[in-house]
Design a protein around this ligand. Structure first.
Ligand code: ADP
Ligand code: MN
Ligand code: MN
Ligand code: MN
Length: 341
């Protein structure tokens, strides 16, 4: 028998964007526990906007687990929040709404800003701006990325890989202090689970640096010429990859057009600030698609057309603060309305 530290992690009930919460329980196991061996647990929902004070217990149901790379015998346990009956998903439980589909693949490109003392890393304290955007994107050197950001993003990459998260890459983004990581997963919930866990690891890592992660899609506001943050959602189903075709593609895009408002509703708060038609975006009230077009709502990769309209598509509208569970759920819901042959 050995003692294992189980960090149960869940999404709280805050609107319009949920926060991550976590608490540790120590349990004895003969060997490194599997997901099936991890017990349900509870928490005080009245402290997380998930219950009233009178009857405040909510339940945590483990749904994915990862070895915690920072601890001996530690596990990171992603949980769904359940009602006290243990079987009904809590209204805040967005993961429960995702259709099960092992053939659905998602790749999320998470952009975010690192902040210190209220401004992006590298912005002058006490007001003002660094030199304008231009050299920061994929930049190198102190004047472009400062002195601690690279250590943070590289350490984060190591932590994610050690935890078994399918982290695919990182890059410095267009604004100073802005970064991106990409996560890909096969199965309708896998990439979304791993984005949330990667966000958790980033937040926890940054604590020791006195750095906050700002997930807002336009943290510097609309008035200034600084990029916002997105979370492009690349998606494919087995049918899109193996059958596809121009006719199916056009029907799929017609469905995306039809449900554009339903998509925007779950693509992250304040997206009107970011989807303006500028800075490689389409405006929020329009839907379009375009081959290799980074100013479109949905970008169609060259490879998709060259392969006979087969492969994956990139929905560029989700923003950096969006819930990947809600995003995956909505995309699969819209795809499900389109008949396949
Ligand atoms: P860009 O910045 O040019 O949009 P990235 O390389 O940052 O491109 O992101 C592309 C994303 O597409 C990656 O997250 C990748 O995993 C994802 N992707 C690639 N192939 C597929 C596929 N068949 N289905 C879903 N997502 C995919
Ligand atoms: Mn990218
Ligand atoms: Mn990017
Ligand atoms: Mn992209």
């Amino acid at each position: 028998m050995a003692k294992y530290k189980l960090e149960y992690i869940w999404l709280d009930g805050y609107e319009p964007a949920a926060n991550l919460r976590g608490k540790t329980q120590v349990k004895d196991f003969d060997a490194f526990p599997t997901l099936e061996q991890l017990p349900m647990w509870g928490f005080d929902g009245s402290s997380t906007r998930q219950a009233e004070g009178k009857s405040s217990d909510c339940l945590l149901k483990p749904v994915a687990s990862y070895p915690d790379p920072t601890k001996h015998n530690g596990l990171l346990v992603m949980c769904e929040v359940m009602m006290p009956d243990g079987t009904t998903p809590h209204p805040s439980n967005s993961r429960a709404s995702i259709l099960d589909d092992s053939g659905a693949w998602f790749g999320f490109e998470q952009e975010y800003f690192l902040y210190k003392d209220g401004v992006p890393l590298g912005f002058p304290q006490g007001g003002g701006f660094p030199p304008p955007q231009g050299e920061y994107y994929t930049g190198v050197g102190y004047k472009n990325v400062g002195d601690i950001a690279r250590e943070i993003v590289d350490t984060h990459l190591e932590l994610c890989l050690e935890a078994g998260i399918n982290h695919e890459g990182i890059n410095a983004e267009v604004a100073k202090g802005q970064w991106e990581f990409q996560i890909f997963g096969k199965g309708s919930k896998k990439a979304a689970d791993e984005v949330w866990m990667a966000r958790y690891l980033m937040l926890r890592l940054c604590e020791a640096y006195g750095v906050d992660v700002n997930w807002h899609c336009k943290p510097l506001g609309m008035e200034v010429d600084w990029n916002g943050s997105g979370m492009h959602a690349n998606f494919s189903t087995e049918y899109m990859r193996t059958v596809g075709g121009k006719e199916y593609f056009e029907a799929l895009m017609a469905a995306f057009d039809k449900y554009k408002n339903e998509h925007i509703a779950v693509y992250g708060p304040d997206n009107h600030m970011r989807l303006t038609g500028l800075h490689e975006t389409q405006s929020i009230d329009k839907f379009n698609y375009g081959i290799a077009n980074r100013g479109a709502s949905v970008r169609v990769p060259h490879s998709f057309v060259n392969n006979g309209y087969k492969g994956y598509l990139e929905d560029r509208r989700p923003n950096s603060q969006g819930d990947p569970y809600k995003i995956a759920s909505r995309i699969l819901q819209t795809i499900a309305t389109v008949p396949t042959k």
